[in-house]
Design a protein around this ligand. Structure first.
Ligand code: ADP
Ligand code: MG
Length: 286
């Protein structure tokens, strides 16, 4: 493509709210074979809401709040919203510790307390009925947070983050171009698979530590060029390593800086529009 065609292409993108950093990025989009998506905030709204509390509801929420008030995780915000809405009082835990990809732990009235997923505490006791309720909530695409005291799980909090209205259409457009779609997430396998099924994603890579996201993208590059679409601080390395990094405009500054393309309207259908633009600009010379 001529420099003029490149300027026209990137200019058209800008008008649609698709900011393309340079002509090389626009060209590479045309060669992408796999599109990898972060889940939370990219495929989903990124507005998790508590839907179910299993166990002694009040106590489960109070223990969770004692720890989650010190956490910056979106799941913690969802729990705190519910605790405030129900006007529950709670004590502040001591020795708060956030454990990447797992949850939080602390000391609460002399007891060891934890809020997080199964990885956080492998030797805890969990009643069989809680275990089966956990699986069924996860199959409903709900993230289940375990609340524990000492080595016993006292209850569960189910949190739902619905897919964006346009996610399904966006993914189906990419699939009809023959592209492979992949979801990459730190969330539980069952939950991730349930959301993938709702929006039509081909492959799920779940329970990935934030620090491993870039490695997973690199592994997928063995099968051709990869675009990664994400929004979070922990998506920045994956956005950089991908052949094309696509950041949501609503994302964190570091995600936006790491992307070669920024979707200003936060509309996942713009991934396909960027592809169409690239084809239009470079199609003829291929
Ligand atoms: P993602 O944002 O893709 O879900 P994270 O690495 O942030 O990935 O979190 C992975 C998992 O770790 C969450 O799904 C949850 O099970 C658990 N987790 C992390 N932080 C917390 C927290 N503050 N409270 C409860 N669970 C947490
Ligand atoms: Mg995200």
């Amino acid at each position: 493509a001529t420099p003029t065609a490149l300027m026209v292409g990137t200019g058209r993108g800008a008008k649609m709210g698709i900011l393309i950093k340079n002509g090389e990025v626009l060209e590479t989009v045309n060669d992408v074979q796999t599109v990898v998506f972060d889940k939370t905030g990219t495929i989903t709204l990124g507005q998790p809401q508590v839907t179910d509390v299993i166990g002694d509801g009040k106590r489960v929420l109070q223990v969770a709040a004692s720890l989650e008030e010190s956490s910056e995780h979106p799941l913690a915000a969802a729990i705190m919203d519910t605790v405030h809405a129900q006007k529950l009082s709670f004590k502040t835990a001591e020795n708060f510790q956030a454990i990447e990809g797992q949850g939080v732990s602390a000391t609460l009235a002399g007891q060891q307390a934890f809020v997080g997923n199964e990885k956080l505490q492998h030797d805890f006791k969990i009643a069989d009925d809680l275990k089966s309720q956990m699986a069924s909530l996860q199959d409903q695409a709900k993230t289940v947070v375990l609340v524990g005291l000492n080595d016993e799980v006292i209850g569960l909090i189910a949190i739902q983050d619905a897919p964006k209205e346009t996610s399904k259409e966006a993914i189906s457009a990419l699939k009809s171009r023959g592209l492979k779609t992949v979801m990459l997430t730190g969330d539980n396998q069952r939950v991730a698979q349930a959301i993938a099924d709702q929006v039509g994603i081909d492959q799920v890579i779940a329970e990935v530590m934030p620090s491993d996201k870039a490695d997973r993208v690199q592994a997928l590059q063995a099968n051709g060029k990869v675009a990664f679409v994400g929004d979070g601080i922990n998506d920045a390395p994956a956005l950089s390593i991908a052949d094309v990094g696509i950041a949501m405009g609503s994302g964190t500054d570091i995600a936006i800086d790491s992307g070669g393309i920024v979707l200003v309207k936060n509309d996942l259908r713009d991934v396909d529009r960027a592809l169409a633009l690239s084809k239009k600009t470079f199609g003829r010379i291929k």
